[in-house]
Write a protein that binds this ligand. Structure first.
Ligand SMILES: Nc1ncnc2c1ncn2[C@@H]1O[C@H](COP(=O)(O)OP(=O)(O)OP(=O)(O)O)[C@@H](O)[C@H]1O
Ligand SMILES: [Mg+2]
Length: 396
């Protein structure tokens, strides 16, 4: 070998070394990109059999694809759709994207990219993204609904107040009028009044007026609930208040309803609760709503309700708990109960606004409403309120 040849060989060796190093670096790079990619990536051969897959699986019921097995071999809707899409990709040799594929409670988007020996299937979990989009749409709808509702509420409120006022006066007039009419009957005998003889309709008269008054009161409550739902209060008062006092006052206000619903009602207030900052009337409204739901859930008066308070130093939160021994909330609609207008009480005039307003109030105070219920075995609702509430917008 000549010296020249010797030099050539040295150069070729160096060149080769560089190429190898470069290849190694590229391989390392590709490996990292593949293995640590947050998307689940699976490489399949032209028969759709798994050649390799990375580790990005995001939930427990999502095992890694088995090597050598067809990637979409199951009979779930997702597998059926994706098997077809993979076949089309390989036949047409063109990458494709498939979005909104649902499987195991998750929503996925797939990208399938063909290459000489098969295809790369990239799967992204877009469940959270979809949920956020749906929430945004829901929030926009609710904002529009809020504007509509406050307009309607205003229009209904004025004439209804006139009715309430008149009915109250009418009630007193009827009380005064009945003895006069009784006296006339005594003197002149029975006489016709509206739809029948006085004797037949006499006892119905006060009940009819009372019934109208109760109906008008119900409209008033509904209107005020709708108003609370639709707007944030202006003129907000931020007080430091004693949670136990609020709980006790809500229990007092609900006294007669509670007594009708159960013989077993307890209030258990924790000592030394730190004061909370917020709007007393609103927190009281939440407790009243929760107590009212608890009363309505009880099948008989032997089932109990416990209203209690506690302080959790770890999270620095005060808890107000309403525990009932009622019918419980079936898991099917547990996630919907705080949606505005969701109610299972159509027959008894439920509006489905109680919990929606309560949740709004809790969140405006920086807190939350947490429900725990197994259908049939009662319900525990916990209102959590942070002690250090720096939320200036406590508009509740
Ligand atoms: N303690 C409870 N036990 C069982 N179901 C409950 C309980 N609290 C709430 N629910 C369910 O949640 C639904 C929504 O409650 P929410 O208070 O928002 O409305 P509502 O009670 O139906 O009507 P209203 O607007 O008059 O309060 C109820 O219809 C009921 O099905
Ligand atoms: Mg309710």
């Amino acid at each position: 070998m000549t010296e020249k040849n010797g030099n050539d060989i040295g150069e070729v060796r160096r060149e080769l070394g560089n190429v190898l190093r470069e290849c190694h670096e590229k391989e390392e790079f590709n490996f990292a990109l593949f293995q640590h990619n947050p998307s689940a990536i699976t490489v399949v051969d032209r028969d759709g059999k798994v050649v390799k897959s990375n580790l990005a699986r995001r939930h427990a019921h999502d095992p890694l694809p088995e090597l050598g097995k067809s990637i979409f071999s199951g009979d779930s809707a997702c597998d059926v759709i994706m098997k077809g899409e993979l076949k089309k990709t390989l036949d047409q040799n063109m990458a494709r994207e498939v979005s909104d594929v649902r499987s195991g409670g998750h929503i996925f988007s797939f990208t399938i990219a063909p290459f000489t020996h098969g295809a790369i299937v990239i799967r992204q979990d877009i469940t959270e993204q979809k949920r956020a989009e749906a929430q945004l749409v829901q929030a926009q709808k609710l904002a529009a609904l809020g504007t509509l509702v406050s307009g309607v509420a205003h229009e209904v409120s004025n004439p209804n107040n006139v009715m309430l006022l008149s009915l109250k006066t009418l009630q007193r007039m009827v009380d005064d009028l009945l003895p006069v009419l009784d006296e006339r009957r005594e003197k002149d005998g029975d006489f016709e009044l509206g739809i029948g003889n006085y004797s037949e309709v006499r006892d119905d008269i006060p009940e009819m007026v009372a019934c109208c008054y109760r109906a008008a009161e119900r409209i008033n409550r509904l209107v005020s609930d709708l108003k609370s739902y639709a707007r944030k209060d202006d003129g907000v008062v931020l007080d430091q208040f004693d949670v136990n006092a609020v709980v006790q006052s809500a229990a007092d206000l609900m006294g007669s309803t509670i007594r009708k619903a159960t013989h077993r009602f307890k209030v258990e207030c924790a000592d030394d609760l730190p004061p909370i900052k917020g709007t007393v009337r609103r927190i009281e409204q939440v407790v009243i709503n929760l107590l009212s739901n608890a009363c309505q859930a009880l099948p008989n008066q032997d089932c109990g309700i416990t209203l209690s308070t506690a302080y959790n130093p770890a999270s620095d939160e005060v808890h107000i708990m309403v525990q009932d021994e009622g019918d419980g909330i079936p898991s099917d609609y547990l996630s919907q109960i705080t949606d505005p207008f969701f109610t299972t009480k159509h027959d008894t005039g439920g509006t489905g606004l109680g919990l929606s307003i309560s949740r709004q109030i809790a969140e405006n105070h920086g807190g939350a409403l947490v429900f725990s219920s197994a259908g049939g075995s009662g319900t525990l609702v916990t209102l959590t309120l942070p002690v250090q509430n720096n939320n200036e917008d406590t508009t509740a």
